[in-house]
Design a protein around this ligand. Sequence first.
Ligand code: AMP
Ligand code: MG
Length: 320
Amino acid sequence: MTLLLDDPYAAAALLRTGELVAFATETVYGLGGDARQAAAVVAIFAAKGRPHFNPLICHFAEAGAAFDEVLPDSRARALAQVFWPGPLTMVLPRHPRSRVELLAGAGLETLAVRVPAHPRALEFLRAAATPVAAPSANRSGRVSPTTARHVLEELSGRIAAVLDGGPCQVGLESSVLDLTGPMAVLLRPGGVSRAAIEAVIGPIGAALPINGGPTPTLRSPGLMLSHYAPNLPVRLEAREVAADEALLGFGAALQGAGLAWNLSEGGDLAEAAARLFSGLRWLDAEGTRLGLRRIAAQPVPKEGLGAAINDRLTRAAAPR
Ligand code: AMP
Ligand code: MG
Protein backbone atom coordinates (compact mmCIF):
# COMPACT_ATOMS: atom_id res chain seq x y z
CA MET A 1 0.00 0.00 0.00
CA THR A 2 1.41 3.36 -1.02
CA LEU A 3 0.19 6.31 1.05
CA LEU A 4 -0.73 9.63 -0.56
CA LEU A 5 0.49 12.27 1.91
CA ASP A 6 0.04 16.02 2.28
CA ASP A 7 2.22 16.29 5.36
CA PRO A 8 5.95 16.81 4.70
CA TYR A 9 6.79 15.86 8.31
CA ALA A 10 5.06 12.49 8.06
CA ALA A 11 6.85 11.92 4.76
CA ALA A 12 10.22 12.83 6.30
CA ALA A 13 9.61 10.51 9.26
CA LEU A 14 8.99 7.62 6.87
CA LEU A 15 12.13 8.43 4.92
CA ARG A 16 14.20 8.47 8.11
CA THR A 17 13.11 4.90 8.84
CA GLY A 18 14.58 3.85 5.49
CA GLU A 19 11.36 3.89 3.46
CA LEU A 20 11.07 5.32 -0.06
CA VAL A 21 8.99 8.46 -0.45
CA ALA A 22 8.23 10.08 -3.79
CA PHE A 23 7.92 13.87 -3.54
CA ALA A 24 6.94 16.77 -5.75
CA THR A 25 9.59 19.19 -6.91
CA GLU A 26 9.24 22.03 -9.42
CA THR A 27 10.83 19.86 -12.13
CA VAL A 28 9.28 16.36 -11.85
CA TYR A 29 8.37 14.02 -8.97
CA GLY A 30 11.43 12.46 -7.33
CA LEU A 31 11.72 8.97 -5.84
CA GLY A 32 13.44 9.78 -2.57
CA GLY A 33 15.46 7.67 -0.21
CA ASP A 34 17.92 8.49 2.57
CA ALA A 35 21.24 8.75 0.73
CA ARG A 36 23.10 7.69 3.87
CA GLN A 37 21.28 4.36 4.17
CA ALA A 38 22.61 1.74 1.80
CA ALA A 39 19.40 -0.30 1.90
CA ALA A 40 17.32 2.73 0.93
CA VAL A 41 19.60 3.53 -2.00
CA VAL A 42 19.47 -0.05 -3.23
CA ALA A 43 15.68 0.02 -2.86
CA ILE A 44 15.48 3.09 -5.14
CA PHE A 45 17.13 1.20 -7.99
CA ALA A 46 14.92 -1.84 -7.35
CA ALA A 47 11.68 0.18 -7.28
CA LYS A 48 12.56 1.87 -10.57
CA GLY A 49 13.71 -1.34 -12.15
CA ARG A 50 16.95 0.35 -13.23
CA PRO A 51 18.97 -2.29 -15.04
CA HIS A 52 22.23 -0.88 -13.75
CA PHE A 53 23.29 1.68 -11.23
CA ASN A 54 23.12 5.20 -12.62
CA PRO A 55 24.18 7.94 -10.25
CA LEU A 56 21.36 9.69 -8.39
CA ILE A 57 20.96 13.38 -7.62
CA CYS A 58 21.10 14.27 -3.92
CA HIS A 59 18.55 16.85 -2.80
CA PHE A 60 18.91 19.37 0.02
CA ALA A 61 16.89 22.12 1.69
CA GLU A 62 19.70 24.64 1.29
CA ALA A 63 23.04 25.25 -0.41
CA GLY A 64 24.96 25.01 2.86
CA ALA A 65 23.80 21.43 3.43
CA ALA A 66 24.54 20.49 -0.19
CA PHE A 67 28.03 21.98 -0.01
CA ASP A 68 28.82 19.88 3.09
CA GLU A 69 28.80 16.79 0.85
CA VAL A 70 30.90 18.11 -2.05
CA LEU A 71 33.82 20.43 -2.77
CA PRO A 72 32.26 23.54 -4.33
CA ASP A 73 34.44 26.03 -6.19
CA SER A 74 33.69 29.69 -6.90
CA ARG A 75 31.63 28.77 -9.97
CA ALA A 76 29.43 26.45 -7.93
CA ARG A 77 28.90 29.10 -5.24
CA ALA A 78 28.01 31.75 -7.81
CA LEU A 79 25.55 29.43 -9.55
CA ALA A 80 23.95 28.44 -6.24
CA GLN A 81 23.44 32.12 -5.42
CA VAL A 82 21.58 32.69 -8.66
CA PHE A 83 19.75 29.41 -9.36
CA TRP A 84 19.09 27.71 -6.02
CA PRO A 85 16.48 26.83 -5.09
CA GLY A 86 15.82 25.84 -8.70
CA PRO A 87 16.20 23.40 -11.58
CA LEU A 88 20.01 23.28 -11.74
CA THR A 89 21.98 20.19 -10.65
CA MET A 90 25.73 20.53 -10.13
CA VAL A 91 28.14 17.61 -10.38
CA LEU A 92 31.09 18.24 -8.05
CA PRO A 93 33.86 16.23 -6.42
CA ARG A 94 32.60 14.34 -3.34
CA HIS A 95 33.71 15.70 -0.01
CA PRO A 96 36.16 13.16 1.41
CA ARG A 97 34.09 12.99 4.60
CA SER A 98 30.69 12.77 2.88
CA ARG A 99 28.53 10.02 4.39
CA VAL A 100 26.43 9.70 1.26
CA GLU A 101 26.47 6.06 0.21
CA LEU A 102 28.91 5.51 -2.67
CA LEU A 103 26.20 3.65 -4.54
CA ALA A 104 24.06 6.82 -4.65
CA GLY A 105 26.82 8.26 -6.83
CA ALA A 106 27.23 4.93 -8.63
CA GLY A 107 30.67 4.63 -7.09
CA LEU A 108 31.94 7.79 -8.82
CA GLU A 109 34.25 10.27 -7.12
CA THR A 110 31.66 12.92 -7.91
CA LEU A 111 28.23 13.73 -6.55
CA ALA A 112 25.29 15.51 -8.15
CA VAL A 113 23.56 17.97 -5.82
CA ARG A 114 20.51 20.23 -6.05
CA VAL A 115 18.20 22.42 -3.98
CA PRO A 116 14.72 22.18 -5.53
CA ALA A 117 12.31 25.14 -5.64
CA HIS A 118 9.09 23.70 -4.27
CA PRO A 119 7.88 24.85 -0.85
CA ARG A 120 6.64 21.42 0.24
CA ALA A 121 9.77 19.67 -1.04
CA LEU A 122 11.88 22.12 0.97
CA GLU A 123 9.85 21.46 4.15
CA PHE A 124 10.24 17.74 3.55
CA LEU A 125 14.00 18.00 2.95
CA ARG A 126 14.49 20.24 5.97
CA ALA A 127 12.59 17.80 8.19
CA ALA A 128 14.47 14.82 6.74
CA ALA A 129 17.77 16.51 7.66
CA THR A 130 19.73 14.05 5.52
CA PRO A 131 20.74 14.09 1.85
CA VAL A 132 17.82 12.68 -0.12
CA ALA A 133 18.83 10.69 -3.18
CA ALA A 134 16.12 10.89 -5.80
CA PRO A 135 15.87 9.98 -9.46
CA SER A 136 12.63 10.71 -11.28
CA ALA A 137 9.78 8.67 -9.77
CA ASN A 138 9.00 6.54 -12.80
CA ARG A 139 9.88 3.03 -13.87
CA SER A 140 13.22 2.98 -15.66
CA GLY A 141 13.12 4.32 -19.20
CA ARG A 142 9.57 5.65 -18.97
CA VAL A 143 8.20 9.18 -19.08
CA SER A 144 8.93 11.25 -15.95
CA PRO A 145 5.96 11.92 -13.63
CA THR A 146 4.61 15.45 -13.17
CA THR A 147 1.65 14.60 -10.90
CA ALA A 148 1.18 12.34 -7.85
CA ARG A 149 -1.19 10.24 -9.91
CA HIS A 150 1.52 9.55 -12.51
CA VAL A 151 3.74 8.28 -9.69
CA LEU A 152 1.03 5.99 -8.31
CA GLU A 153 0.29 4.61 -11.77
CA GLU A 154 3.82 3.20 -11.98
CA LEU A 155 5.04 2.77 -8.42
CA SER A 156 1.97 2.03 -6.30
CA GLY A 157 2.81 -0.83 -3.93
CA ARG A 158 6.55 -0.43 -4.57
CA ILE A 159 7.15 2.62 -2.37
CA ALA A 160 5.87 3.72 1.06
CA ALA A 161 4.36 7.07 0.13
CA VAL A 162 3.95 9.95 -2.27
CA LEU A 163 4.14 13.49 -0.90
CA ASP A 164 1.62 15.32 -3.07
CA GLY A 165 2.64 18.79 -4.23
CA GLY A 166 0.28 19.27 -7.16
CA PRO A 167 1.35 19.37 -10.81
CA CYS A 168 5.03 20.29 -11.34
CA GLN A 169 5.51 23.90 -12.43
CA VAL A 170 8.58 23.42 -14.63
CA GLY A 171 7.70 19.92 -15.80
CA LEU A 172 11.17 19.08 -17.18
CA GLU A 173 14.10 17.69 -15.25
CA SER A 174 16.88 19.89 -13.94
CA SER A 175 19.83 20.96 -16.08
CA VAL A 176 22.83 18.85 -15.07
CA LEU A 177 26.11 20.76 -15.10
CA ASP A 178 29.46 19.04 -14.62
CA LEU A 179 31.82 21.30 -12.67
CA THR A 180 34.55 18.75 -12.00
CA GLY A 181 36.85 20.03 -14.76
CA PRO A 182 38.25 23.44 -15.68
CA MET A 183 35.58 23.75 -18.38
CA ALA A 184 32.00 23.33 -17.13
CA VAL A 185 29.98 20.92 -19.28
CA LEU A 186 26.22 20.78 -19.64
CA LEU A 187 25.49 17.06 -19.30
CA ARG A 188 21.74 17.41 -19.61
CA PRO A 189 19.76 20.41 -20.84
CA GLY A 190 16.90 21.19 -18.48
CA GLY A 191 14.99 23.81 -16.55
CA VAL A 192 17.83 26.38 -16.55
CA SER A 193 19.00 27.34 -20.05
CA ARG A 194 22.61 27.20 -21.23
CA ALA A 195 22.54 30.95 -21.86
CA ALA A 196 21.39 31.64 -18.28
CA ILE A 197 24.26 29.53 -16.91
CA GLU A 198 26.80 31.20 -19.20
CA ALA A 199 25.62 34.60 -18.03
CA VAL A 200 26.93 33.65 -14.57
CA ILE A 201 30.12 31.63 -15.22
CA GLY A 202 31.02 32.36 -18.82
CA PRO A 203 31.21 29.92 -21.73
CA ILE A 204 30.53 26.26 -20.96
CA GLY A 205 31.54 23.15 -22.90
CA ALA A 206 29.66 21.66 -25.82
CA ALA A 207 26.28 20.13 -25.05
CA LEU A 208 26.25 16.39 -25.32
CA PRO A 209 25.49 14.88 -28.67
CA ILE A 210 22.24 13.00 -28.12
CA ASN A 211 22.41 11.10 -31.41
CA GLY A 212 24.48 8.35 -29.89
CA GLY A 213 28.24 8.26 -29.47
CA PRO A 214 30.13 7.15 -26.40
CA THR A 215 30.64 10.53 -24.74
CA PRO A 216 27.28 10.87 -22.94
CA THR A 217 27.36 7.43 -21.42
CA LEU A 218 30.91 7.94 -20.23
CA ARG A 219 30.36 11.33 -18.69
CA SER A 220 26.95 10.62 -17.24
CA PRO A 221 25.82 7.03 -17.20
CA GLY A 222 22.15 7.94 -16.86
CA LEU A 223 21.97 9.93 -20.05
CA MET A 224 20.95 7.06 -22.23
CA LEU A 225 19.59 7.80 -25.65
CA SER A 226 16.35 5.85 -25.30
CA HIS A 227 14.58 7.34 -22.32
CA TYR A 228 11.28 8.99 -21.62
CA ALA A 229 9.83 6.26 -23.83
CA PRO A 230 6.08 6.02 -24.39
CA ASN A 231 4.67 2.71 -25.71
CA LEU A 232 3.73 4.26 -29.05
CA PRO A 233 6.57 5.21 -31.41
CA VAL A 234 7.23 8.93 -31.76
CA ARG A 235 7.71 10.79 -35.06
CA LEU A 236 9.55 14.11 -34.80
CA GLU A 237 9.28 17.39 -36.73
CA ALA A 238 5.82 16.50 -38.05
CA ARG A 239 4.53 19.04 -40.57
CA GLU A 240 1.41 17.07 -41.40
CA VAL A 241 -0.51 14.48 -39.45
CA ALA A 242 -2.57 11.38 -40.30
CA ALA A 243 -5.84 10.16 -38.80
CA ASP A 244 -4.13 7.15 -37.25
CA GLU A 245 -1.64 9.37 -35.40
CA ALA A 246 -1.85 11.17 -32.06
CA LEU A 247 -0.62 14.76 -32.35
CA LEU A 248 1.67 16.45 -29.86
CA GLY A 249 1.07 19.98 -31.10
CA PHE A 250 2.92 23.23 -30.55
CA GLY A 251 1.48 26.61 -31.57
CA ALA A 252 -1.06 26.48 -34.40
CA ALA A 253 -2.00 22.79 -34.27
CA LEU A 254 -2.02 20.62 -37.40
CA GLN A 255 -5.45 19.33 -38.39
CA GLY A 256 -6.51 15.74 -39.03
CA ALA A 257 -5.02 13.80 -36.13
CA GLY A 258 -6.90 10.98 -34.41
CA LEU A 259 -6.17 12.62 -31.07
CA ALA A 260 -4.41 15.84 -30.11
CA TRP A 261 -2.69 17.54 -27.17
CA ASN A 262 -1.32 21.04 -27.63
CA LEU A 263 1.80 21.86 -25.61
CA SER A 264 1.10 25.57 -25.95
CA GLU A 265 -1.33 27.16 -28.37
CA GLY A 266 0.43 30.51 -27.90
CA GLY A 267 3.85 28.97 -28.58
CA ASP A 268 5.11 29.56 -25.02
CA LEU A 269 8.11 27.33 -24.19
CA ALA A 270 7.64 27.40 -20.40
CA GLU A 271 4.03 26.29 -20.79
CA ALA A 272 5.11 23.63 -23.28
CA ALA A 273 7.74 22.26 -20.89
CA ALA A 274 5.23 22.03 -18.06
CA ARG A 275 2.75 20.16 -20.27
CA LEU A 276 5.21 17.87 -22.09
CA PHE A 277 5.26 14.73 -19.93
CA SER A 278 1.53 14.86 -19.10
CA GLY A 279 0.84 15.17 -22.81
CA LEU A 280 3.09 12.27 -23.76
CA ARG A 281 1.46 10.09 -21.11
CA TRP A 282 -2.07 11.03 -22.12
CA LEU A 283 -1.48 10.62 -25.88
CA ASP A 284 0.20 7.29 -25.22
CA ALA A 285 -2.62 5.89 -23.06
CA GLU A 286 -5.53 7.28 -25.12
CA GLY A 287 -3.79 6.68 -28.45
CA THR A 288 -3.14 3.05 -27.53
CA ARG A 289 -6.76 2.63 -26.41
CA LEU A 290 -7.98 4.08 -29.73
CA GLY A 291 -5.64 1.86 -31.74
CA LEU A 292 -3.56 4.74 -33.13
CA ARG A 293 -0.20 3.94 -34.73
CA ARG A 294 2.14 6.54 -33.26
CA ILE A 295 2.62 9.99 -31.79
CA ALA A 296 3.54 12.77 -34.21
CA ALA A 297 5.31 15.75 -32.63
CA GLN A 298 5.20 19.18 -34.23
CA PRO A 299 8.49 21.11 -34.33
CA VAL A 300 9.38 23.06 -31.18
CA PRO A 301 11.94 25.91 -31.38
CA LYS A 302 15.38 24.85 -30.17
CA GLU A 303 16.44 27.89 -28.14
CA GLY A 304 16.13 28.40 -24.37
CA LEU A 305 13.89 25.83 -22.68
CA GLY A 306 13.21 24.50 -26.19
CA ALA A 307 16.65 22.82 -26.09
CA ALA A 308 15.55 20.68 -23.15
CA ILE A 309 12.14 19.96 -24.69
CA ASN A 310 13.78 18.81 -27.94
CA ASP A 311 16.26 16.70 -25.97
CA ARG A 312 13.41 14.82 -24.26
CA LEU A 313 11.48 14.43 -27.53
CA THR A 314 14.55 13.05 -29.31
CA ARG A 315 14.98 10.48 -26.54
CA ALA A 316 11.29 9.58 -26.62
CA ALA A 317 11.66 8.94 -30.38
CA ALA A 318 14.95 7.02 -30.16
CA PRO A 319 15.09 3.39 -31.24
CA ARG A 320 14.56 1.19 -28.16
P1 AMP B 1 17.31 11.29 -12.97
O1 AMP B 1 17.47 9.85 -12.77
O2 AMP B 1 16.20 11.61 -13.91
O3 AMP B 1 17.22 12.07 -11.69
O4 AMP B 1 18.62 11.80 -13.69
C1 AMP B 1 19.78 12.15 -13.00
C2 AMP B 1 20.83 12.46 -14.01
O5 AMP B 1 21.99 13.02 -13.40
C3 AMP B 1 21.25 11.22 -14.72
O6 AMP B 1 21.27 11.46 -16.08
C4 AMP B 1 22.63 10.93 -14.17
O7 AMP B 1 23.44 10.24 -15.06
C5 AMP B 1 23.14 12.33 -13.85
N1 AMP B 1 24.10 12.28 -12.75
C6 AMP B 1 23.85 12.08 -11.46
N2 AMP B 1 25.00 12.03 -10.75
C7 AMP B 1 26.01 12.20 -11.61
C8 AMP B 1 27.44 12.24 -11.50
N3 AMP B 1 28.05 12.07 -10.32
N4 AMP B 1 28.14 12.43 -12.62
C9 AMP B 1 27.54 12.61 -13.80
N5 AMP B 1 26.20 12.57 -13.98
C10 AMP B 1 25.44 12.37 -12.91
MG1 MG C 1 14.69 9.93 -15.03
